[in-house]
Write a protein that binds this ligand. Structure first.
Ligand code: BDR
Ligand code: CA
Length: 304
């Protein structure tokens, strides 16, 4: 089993990624850390606990950053994509369980240092918590097994601006700090996630399930698909951004990557742009191909 920490800004595709990770016996989820992004950090923590309740999971949830690494916060929610509550307006009750005391960054440091070279960190929100962890304990750069980041758009256009992907755009300084730190990163960006689409037919099956999870995920995913249809008319589904980052840890063969030196745009119209220069010695492996059919079949077999 691979020990992982999943860092989220839950978010509909984050909810799908959490379900995929918790339901995969190859992974030992040490904890789920939360950050601002799709919603506020408080909402991300609440949503994560709600999702875990539907999964009957007791995985610890540790709240993290509520604002960017260096700059002032800007608009921090995406109701047009993820709903007013972040989970497609499915929120009915507050979670029964509370989050852990403490902060995401020290949690990451502690778990990485107590199992050197064993822990993989998967980030599917902003890179703020990881940047804070590296700033507080620079040695984790050599002690972590690997970081798998859902973020960036190196060979394709962005989804917030013409250049920038949402997770990098929301905290470009954190992304820049993480990439420059030398930490080993696999970048699962829009380059591959926009090729992993879940269709409405595949999702509709979830409603036939007797578990409480299936209809809950179907309701929120239907909302997400509506947003995709508005932004990308005729696309016929929604992108499984965050689940693909989890998939790339379970089965690295789902993706193919090229080592690149990454630069993050920090101002002007290129804010949040991720520019990659091929370099065999670089610390970032940028995923450029995905076996979408194999990944999708695996994801579906695990989630509902
Ligand atoms: C990323 O942005 C968020 O809205 C999604 O949850 C995903 O992590 C895609 O750009
Ligand atoms: Ca996310």
């Amino acid at each position: 089993m691979k020990a992982i920490i999943l860092d989220v800004d839950t978010g509909i595709d984050d909810a799908l990624a959490i379900s995929y990770a918790v339901r995969s016996p190859e992974l030992n989820v040490l904890g789920i850390t939360t950050c601002f992004g799709n919603v506020t950090v408080e909402e991300a923590t609440r949503n994560t606990l709600v999702v875990l309740e539907h999964l009957d999971s007791e995985v610890p949830v540790i709240p993290g950053a509520g604002k960017p690494f260096l700059r002032q916060p800007t608009k921090g929610s995406t109701p047009h994509i993820h709903g007013e509550d972040g989970i497609g307006n499915t929120l009915k009750e507050l979670p029964k369980r509370s989050a852990e005391q403490g902060h995401a960054a020290p949690f990451m440091i502690d778990r990485i240092q107590s199992q050197p070279n064993q822990v993989t960190v998967i980030t599917v929100g902003t890179l703020t918590n990881l940047a804070l962890a590296i700033q507080q304990a620079p040695d984790i750069v050599r002690q972590v097994e690997r970081v798998v980041v859902m973020g960036g758009a190196v060979t394709v256009p962005g989804n917030v601006t013409a250049y920038a992907e949402a997770n990098v755009f929301a905290d470009p300084d954190a992304a820049d700090y993480v990439f420059r730190s030398g930490i080993p990163v696999t970048l699962v960006g829009l380059d591959v996630t926009m090729k992993t689409l879940l269709s409405i037919e595949e999702m509709t099956n979830w409603r036939n399930k007797t578990s409480k999870l299936g209809p809950f995920l179907a309701d929120m995913t239907e909302f997400y698909m509506g947003a995709y249809e508005r932004f990308y008319p005729g696309i016929g589904g929604c992108a499984l951004h965050d689940p693909l980052a989890v998939g790339a840890v379970i089965e690295p063969g789902f993706v193919k990557s090229v080592p690149m030196r990454l630069q993050v745009g920090l101002e002007g119209e290129t804010l949040g742009r991720t520019t990659g220069t091929p370099d065999a010695d670089a610390n970032v492996a940028v995923c450029i191909e995905v076996d979408a059919d194999r990944f999708l079949a695996h994801f579906l077999s695990r989630v509902c």
